[in-house]
Design a protein around this ligand. Structure first.
Ligand SMILES: NC(=O)c1ccc[n+]([C@@H]2O[C@H](COP(=O)([O-])OP(=O)(O)OC[C@H]3O[C@@H](n4cnc5c(N)ncnc54)[C@H](OP(=O)(O)O)[C@@H]3O)[C@@H](O)[C@H]2O)c1
Length: 328
């Protein structure tokens, strides 16, 4: 089979159109490993790529998809054999390398992980980059000393991909989870994932002009950034930490040194894309055993044809949970 289906985003006079088209294996970039993709997932960054954000994707036509799970069809390296089930997340996949919204990808072996035994290919993509990022955030908070006894942990953007998995993971680890959301109607969904407190997003926008706020959170996973992030920093309990990984509310905030020098708090960055493969592997192993989650509550499954509408939805901040893409 040398032809396959892919979502192809084309650029014309500064506007971008995404259609499902036939591609040829020869269209794929050179690489060590050819993978027949069975599942991908939709992440916020894919929507940025699909709508011409040049910080994500410079050249079009392009196939987005920063996540892919499938079976090796050809390999030029000894470590990976035809028939191996593998996952690829991040690095340049779906950015300037044709990504998981196509039935085939060809990538360097250095990006490819064998599927952990405790996760199916489908389960690995229900988690995808969102799950990996949530796990990296929780791991970083725990490395900074966070334990369940210290008090509530806030998750912002809680109904989104990273947010909803962070809520479920923290709750399964015994944390008291406060879920901040702009979607009041999704309170039941968040409660079912394990949140014990629902915080209206607008409450986190109050107090921007103050140098410090009342101590509330022992820790936080922030997926939204902007002024909300620094308000969360200002409301950390003494010695608390926030793991910052996203920017749906904005990339900038006004801050001061006061929370750091008065409350001894930590603002920590988390990146899932360029982590060394060995770090990704250890997180995936954890997600497949000790941190294994039942995520049936938060996933919807779609096909390539459904992607353009779902891209609009995620860009509009309307996503709830995870969107799994079945490439058939
Ligand atoms: N650092 C990394 O490696 C990494 C990895 C993955 C994702 N990310 C970033 O993390 C963020 C979340 O990604 P995702 O894939 O989980 O996206 P997502 O599914 O769209 O979730 C984002 C959530 O943010 C909230 N939100 C949307 N617009 C907002 C606004 N204007 N102000 C405040 N909150 C808003 C919404 O949740 P509520 O309605 O519940 O508030 C939304 O569901 C993105 O910025 C993404 O680029 C970074």
């Amino acid at each position: 089979m040398s032809e396959f289906k892919a979502l192809v985003v084309s650029e014309e006079a500064g506007s971008y159109t995404a259609t499902v088209s036939n591609r040829h294996i020869d269209d794929l970039p050179a690489g060590d490993v050819l993978i027949r993709v069975q599942y991908s997932s939709l992440n916020f960054k894919d929507a940025l790529s699909a709508t011409g954000n040049k910080g994500v994707t410079r050249n079009f036509p392009h196939t987005p998809g920063i996540d892919a799970a499938g079976v090796v069809e050809a390999s030029s390296v000894a470590e990976l054999s035809v028939g191996d089930e593998v996952i690829v997340t991040g690095y340049d996949l779906g950015m300037n390398t044709a990504g998981g919204f196509g039935q085939y990808i060809r990538v360097p072996a250095a990006w490819v992980l064998k599927r952990p035994k405790g996760l199916s290919l489908r389960e690995s993509m229900v988690l995808g980059t969102a799950g990996l990022t949530a796990a990296l955030c929780v791991d970083k908070l725990e490395q900074a000393g966070l334990t369940p006894e210290q008090g509530p942990v806030l998750v912002t953007g809680a109904t989104g991909g990273v947010g909803s998995i962070a809520v479920a993971l923290l709750s399964s680890l015994g944390y008291e989870v406060a879920a901040a959301t702009g979607k009041a109607l999704q309170a039941d969904f968040l409660t079912r994932l394990g949140a014990t407190q629902i915080v209206d997003r607008t409450a986190l926008e109050v107090g921007k002009d103050k140098p410090i706020l009342k101590e509330q959170w022992a820790g936080a996973v922030d997926t939204v950034g902007g002024e909300i992030l620094f308000n969360v920093v200002k409301a950390l309990r003494y010695g608390g930490s926030v793991a910052c990984c996203g920017l749906t509310a904005g990339g900038q905030f006004q801050g001061s040194v006061f929370p750091f020098i008065l409350r001894n708090v930590n603002l920590m960055g988390v990146d899932s894309v360029e982590q060394p493969l060995v770090v990704k592997a250890s997180m995936w192993d954890r997600l497949s055993v000790q941190w294994k989650l039942d995520l049936s509550e938060l996933v919807q499954e779609i096909t390539l044809d459904d992607l353009p509408a779902e891209i609009e939805r995620i860009l509009g901040g309307k996503m709830v949970g995870r969107t799994l893409v079945n490439l058939g």
